[in-house]
Design a protein around this ligand. Sequence first.
Ligand code: NAD
Ligand code: DAU
Length: 338
Amino acid sequence: MKWLVTGGAGFIGSCFVRTALTEGWADRIINVDKLTYAGNIENLEPIAHHPAYGFVQADICDADVMEELFAREAPDAVIHFAAESHVDRSIHSPAPAIYTNLNGTFTLLEAARRSKVARFVHVSTDEVYGSIEPPHEADENYPLRASSPYSASKAGSDLLALSYFTTYGLNVSVTRASNNYGPYQFPEKLIPLMISNALDDKPLPVYGDGQQIRDWLYVEDHCRAIRSVLEKGAPGEICNIGGNCSLPNLEVVRRILRATGKPETLITRVADRPGHDRRYALSSAKLTRETGWEPAMSFDRGLEATVEWYRHNSQWIRHVKSGEYRQFYELNYSNRTV
Ligand code: NAD
Ligand code: DAU
């Protein structure tokens, strides 16, 4: 089997590519990535010379390039991770999220339809369901109530992907996962940002009252779930993927401080995110029923492994915290002090 993976130099995509090649999930994997600020070729160092691995630097919104690539490579399946994935960036500057998440998905679906790709997995998010009042949790039929430009662009791309099944019979699955964490995550997201700041004895900026709830999923568990959907998912269906670990942000930050051995005085309350979703909660019962998948990593073990990885990869952190990172950090946090 030949798989075309988009966004394979990012956090989750690179975990998928590394794991798939190491464990022999496919005969060949072509990774298509534009290498935006979030894409990092260093994330693929462990498998860079694997004989089954190929890399193409390209923008998924470029229809001519995608058309030519699909014709040349004739992949058996597409696993589509590439996206602008950060909510705060989509709030400060929505255009890149709309461009890549909507146009890029459209371009790939078109290329897949024309070249008659047998399988297409569109990797999406639980954010499309919006904030959910306790004790409810979203199943796959829950209404879409996206709050940010990021989540709205993902909701739109989900509908577009499903329409290619209904209209053209393209064998599409949509996965909706909860918050991922683990090694190689860009330090703009809650867990890697807090770990990296704690290791540097810098303030840990908690938005609002810190009581917002997220469901935490270890990245390798997510990648195994995607493989299950790819191989066993029914055409035209949505599958939720949750970590079964709901925690308020403040509790996550406290556990990070304990794991890094740093004091709680580093916690700094800052102004809230506009339109901040209070609680995400989703049921993965369908995925477990249909494929047998369940998350294997407990949060405490996963967090410990993640902290250890960041502790031992200070050079990776230094590289990704380039000038661009500092600019965004300034923009995002300078006006938040409360
Ligand atoms: P990421 O930001 O770490 O990586 C995104 C990758 O996509 C990068 O390598 C980047 O270079 C590439 N990319 C961006 N625009 C591109 C373009 N126009 N053409 C080609 N490549 C492009 O993202 P992530 O956290 O690994 O998320 C991957 C996918 O999973 C996204 O679709 C995201 O919506 C979804 N998701 C993420 C989470 C999470 O917690 N991080 C949870 C659920 C779903
Ligand atoms: O739920 C899945 C989604 O999880 C994915 O679709 C997104 O790609 C991914 O970025 C993530 O979105 P969130 O907005 O939930 O993740 P983030 O890490 O940005 O924030 C997690 C929570 O922590 C959220 O309630 C905001 C809060 N937060 C975040 C940052 C960066 C803070 O309190 N302080 C911070 O500095």
